[in-house]
Design a protein around this ligand. Structure first.
Ligand code: HPA
Length: 262
């Protein structure tokens, strides 16, 4: 099977990345992941997976996160950059801003959030939930685009597929959340459970509920289009300098050390 160490998971507005790339179907104990595209960026093999499927037919609460993350693991991926459209809860954040979250709060309800349902009981450390090495490089390259880049943000993940109510958004704000999305979790957790690095690369598509008159799915898709070339540029520049081997600052590679009850 063809292997790659770096993966991009594309979200809303980012359903295709490599054109004419080799496609791979990968089965897992959790089901079959959407087609993976394997291509090359700056001489590095990169695999792309569209979490909503190539035609955006899979809603956030129906995504098979375990199959997706396991499939990437199976093709050799150790570092994931995950793109998410998010709504801004923090009043200073604005549509088109780039956000590289440093922490999350999980408000999902119905998702299977672990690979470790059986013994040995496994508790993964998420004191640093996103890979600091990938985050640093993403932030540096996002800043070069001229887009406002937020290098510290708490992302709250909701179950969806409906948008939130204004009262929910007010609650999230009081809890310290900066942005809201429907797909960041359990992806980040599952990646850590398999000792894969994971960083979110988010763009603000709208102000969250109660902060603008109403929300439409259309605008979430629309805002991405003009941003696309810059987001792609950030990805390419990040991949160019991202080391394939994990350094000492990365807690991801050794996530299972001391995580298991004997
Ligand atoms: N809420 C939840 N998910 C989202 C939003 C939002 O406002 N915008 C983009 N994804």
């Amino acid at each position: 099977m063809e292997k790659a160490k770096i993966a991009i998971i594309g979200g809303t507005g980012f359903e295709s990345f490599f054109k004419n790339a080799k496609q791979l179907r990968v089965g897992t104990p959790y089901g079959i992941a959407p087609p993976l595209s394997i291509g090359s960026i700056e001489g590095k093999k990169v695999v792309f997976l569209s979490r909503h499927g190539p035609k955006h037919l899979i809603p956030p609460h129906k995504i098979n996160y375990k199959a997706n993350v396991y499939a990437l693991h199976k093709v050799g991926v150790t570092r994931i950059i995950a793109i998410n459209a998010v709504g801004a809860i923090n009043r200073d954040f604005k549509p088109s801003d780039i956000v590289i979250p440093h922490d999350f709060i999980d408000f999902t309800k119905l998702r299977s959030t672990t690979f470790y349902d059986e013994a040995p009981v496994t508790h993964i450390d998420v004191s640093q939930p996103y890979c600091p090495e990938i985050r640093k490089i993403l932030v540096e390259n996002a800043r070069k685009t001229g887009l406002k880049t937020r290098d510290k943000a708490v992302l709250v993940c909701t179950e969806g597929p409906r948008f939130e109510t204004p009262a929910e958004i007010e609650m999230f704000r009081r809890l310290g959340c900066d942005v809201v999305g429907m797909t960041g979790i359990p992806e980040a957790v599952l990646a850590r459970e398999l000792e894969m690095c994971y960083a979110g690369f988010c763009y603000v598509s709208n102000m969250a509920a109660g902060m603008q008159e109403k929300l439409t799915t259309h605008e979430v898709h629309e805002i991405c289009e003009p941003l696309m070339p810059k987001l792609e540029q950030v990805l390419i520049e990040t991949i160019k300098v991202l080391p394939l081997e994990r350094g000492n600052n990365c807690p991801c590679a050794s996530a299972l050390r001391n995580a298991r009850c004997k």
